[in-house]
Structures are given as structure tokens and as C-alpha cells.
Design a protein around this ligand. Structure first.
Ligand SMILES: C[S@@+](CC[C@H](N)C(=O)[O-])C[C@H]1O[C@@H](n2cnc3c(N)ncnc32)[C@H](O)[C@@H]1O
Length: 305
């Protein structure tokens, strides 16, 4: 089927799949030194036990939520909360050893999966906060409130961790531009007729859009995270050169943003097509390190030009 002219959704030709497949690290040839800046094509349950210790500065985890969902033909089936928690715990418990003492961990979930994530994470980490982010697109339901939010649990290994809120300030339009007695702007700035305030990040993120088909980062992955969301996490909780790891890499968002921001990365994904999409995005990042919604070190409000 022919794509609409503005549809930028990334696709893969059979030739590209052959090429990108060659770059992947396969689970049977897992070599700790060879993992850096590479994608591991495999099952996290099979590879987690073979990772080196103490190498990750930032762990971003976006597992299948407790929903029935088709990931490249493989169904993840909704189960009861207890079974989902056991499933989570079976791999999370194995990932603890890969973390450095000052590492941060961000775990994504929706309202139904959050209790299980919390119960498992509290066994291993200091839970610092729950971030809620608003999806622009909601999932309608005839007899329920439209579901427009997701959670991210922010955890750390210890009480000593990296946190740089000044790198993730949000540029917000000023509604009431108050001035002090001398007539100077009170906590706001103006530029080109625009009145704005650079605000510190809160745990409620309303400036994120899920990738849609006219955005160059969009793929056919059914649960792709926005690059802007990863940029906030990576800039806030790591330094250039740090190691970012994602055990459920999907279309590669965490790896791509880590690369764009000068971090080292690795991740695991069980589906070959998604691994190849991630490789294609990594290749594109070599020529384009822009991140939608992030301009000159400042995050813009949703849909801002
Ligand atoms: C929620 S998606 C991650 C999406 C990703 N954050 C992105 O931006 O594209 C979860 C991914 O985990 C993968 N997955 C499921 N079970 C897995 C396993 N046992 N080992 C590795 N990957 C797995 C799925 O194929 C899916 O792509």
C-alpha cells in the first residue's frame, strides 16, 4: 500500500533486514566487551544471567504491560496481578547485579501494572518517585474513563545518585506576566515577543506526544516510547559517556536517544524485525541527532513550534 506523502513511518526492505541483522549480537555469542553500543537479539531470560556485573549507570525498562498485546506476532497475555508480579520479579531480580552503586532505574507501567512494578522494585531499590506522563492519544472505552496516562517508577540503587534538573527545564508560556516594583519580569523572560518561564521538571509530564506517522522517529512498533521522554530521563540521570541499558528495547528508542546524547548503550530485544528497526534508527542518528521537542537544551511544550 502506498504511504501518504507526510507519512514518515520507518519501514525495512528485505535487503535492509539482511544488512542490519549482521550488526546484532546474538544470545549464543554474547561477549561482555562486545555489548557496548550494540543491540542484543535474544530473550532477556536467556541472557540476563550472563551479563557482567556493575556496568550500568542508567537502566531504562519498558516491559510488556499486563495487557494482551501483539509484539511482532508474539502475544503477551494479560494475567492476574500476582502472576504478572512474579514474571516481573523473575528478570528484575537478575538485573540488579549489572547496576553500578550510583545507578538510577526507570520502570514504565500503566495503572494496572504499577502495583506489581512497585512491589518488585521495592525489594531491590530505593523508590524515589512515580512520574505520570500524559499520552496525547487516549484509549477510549464505552464504560470507563479514557486512559490517557502512564507511569514511570523512578528508583535508585543507593541514596547517592545523579540528578540534573537544570538540564531538563521546560519552557512554559507565561499566562500572568507579573513584574516587580521596578517593572522587571518576575521569574520569567521574553524573547521575540514571547513571554516564557523555564520551569523545573515535576513528576507530571504533559509535554510528551506519542510518536505519530508524520514524525521521523515513528515505526510500526505497537508500544514505541517517544524520544523526548527518553531524553528527559537520560539527560537528568546520566552524564556523557555513561552506560544506558534497556532489557526490552523494542524499536530502540533508549539506544537511539543514548547515542544522540553521547552515552554508551546496549539493550535486548527478542523480535528480529524490531531489532532491525532499532539498527536503522541508530544509523539515521549518525546524521541527525535532533530530538523532537528539545531545542537548545530546553524542552518545549507539546506541539510547540
Ligand atoms: C513495551 S515494548 C518496548 C518498546 C520500546 N521502549 C520502544 O520505544 O520501542 C516491549 C518489548 O519487549 C519485547 N520483549 C518481550 N518479551 C521479551 C523477552 N523475553 N526478551 C526480550 N525482549 C522481549 C517485545 O518484543 C517488545 O518489543
Amino acid at each position: 500500500m502506498k504511504k501518504a506523502p507526510r507519512n514518515q513511518t520507518l519501514t525495512l526492505s528485505p535487503k535492509e533486514i539482511v544488512e542490519y541483522k549482521k550488526r546484532l549480537v546474538t544470545a549464543d555469542k554474547l561477549n561482555p566487551a562486545g555489548m557496548t553500543n550494540r543491540i542484543i537479539h535474544g530473550d532477556i531470560f536467556k541472557v540476563a544471567g550472563r551479563f557482567p556485573k556493575n556496568f550500568v549507570d542508567l537502566l531504562f525498562i519498558d516491559p510488556p504491560y499486563n495487557l494482551t498485546k501483539n509484539f511482532g506476532g508474539k502475544m503477551f497475555k494479560k494475567t492476574d496481578a500476582g502472576s504478572y508480579e512474579k514474571w516481573l520479579d523473575s528478570w528484575l531480580s537478575q538485573l540488579v547485579k549489572i547496576l553500578k552503586p550510583h545507578a538510577s532505574i526507570y520502570i514504565c507501567s500503566d495503572w494496572q501494572s504499577t502495583p506489581a512494578v512497585y512491589n518488585s522494585a521495592k525489594k531491590y531499590f530505593h523508590i524515589q518517585n512515580r512520574i505520570t506522563w500524559q499520552r496525547e492519544k487516549g484509549r477510549s472505552a464505552a464504560k470507563n474513563w479514557k486512559n490517557v496516562s502512564e507511569d514511570i517508577l523512578f528508583c535508585t540503587v543507593s541514596k547517592d545518585y545523579k540528578f540534573y534538573p537544570e538540564r531538563v527545564r521546560l519552557k512554559k508560556k507565561v499566562i500572568a506576566p507579573y513584574r516587580d516594583n521596578a517593572g522587571n519580569p518576575k521569574d520569567w523572560q521574553h524573547e521575540g515577543g514571547e513571554k516564557f518561564r523555564l520551569t523545573a521538571p515535576s513528576n507530571l509530564w504533559t509535554d510528551i506526544s506519542v510518536p505519530f506517522w508524520s514524525m521521523p522517529e515513528n515505526t510500526d512498533h505497537p508500544a514505541q516510547k517517544p524520544e523526548k521522554l527518553l531524553a528527559k530521563i537520560i539527560l537528568n540521570s546520566s552524564d556523557a559517556g555513561d552506560f544506558v541499558f534497556d532489557p526490552f528495547l523494542g524499536s530502540g528508542t533508549a539506544a537511539v536517544v543514548a547515542k544522540k546524547l553521547g552515552r554508551r548503550f546496549s539493550g535486548v530485544e527478542s523480535d528480529l524485525h524490531y531489532c532491525c528497526l532499532a539498527e536503522k534508527r541508530l544509523k539515521m542518528a549518525e546524521n541527525d541527532s535532533s530530538i523532537q521537542g528539545l531545542k537548545n537544551g530546553v524542552f518545549l511544550e507539546r506541539n510547540a513550534k
